[in-house]
Design a protein around this ligand. Structure first.
Ligand SMILES: [Zn+2]
Length: 81
């Protein structure tokens, strides 16, 4: 598994697929989220970042400095789809 680090997270590009460390689909594969826009950072808060992500047709969210460690790069573990 290639865990998501702050360095990797903030250099992600549009449509990159991420997989969740501890959430599986019914078929046992890792739940996947896809980068859906540009990484946002703040000059005044250097530790903060937000990456818009999408799951399926209707689920939208953000990978941020507070949850990036729940993800790995899709394809980097035996359970990735
Ligand atoms: Zn995986």
């Amino acid at each position: 598994m290639t865990p998501l680090t702050i360095e990797k997270a903030t250099s992600l590009t549009y449509r990159t697929e991420l997989a969740m460390n501890n959430q599986k689909n019914a078929d046992g594969t890792c739940v996947r989220w896809r980068v859906n826009g540009a990484v946002k950072t703040w000059k005044t808060q250097p530790e903060r970042f937000e990456i818009p992500v999408k799951h399926g047709m209707y689920d939208f969210g953000y990978v941020t400095n507070k949850n990036y460690f729940y993800f790995h790069l899709n394809g980097s573990c035996p359970n990735c789809g």
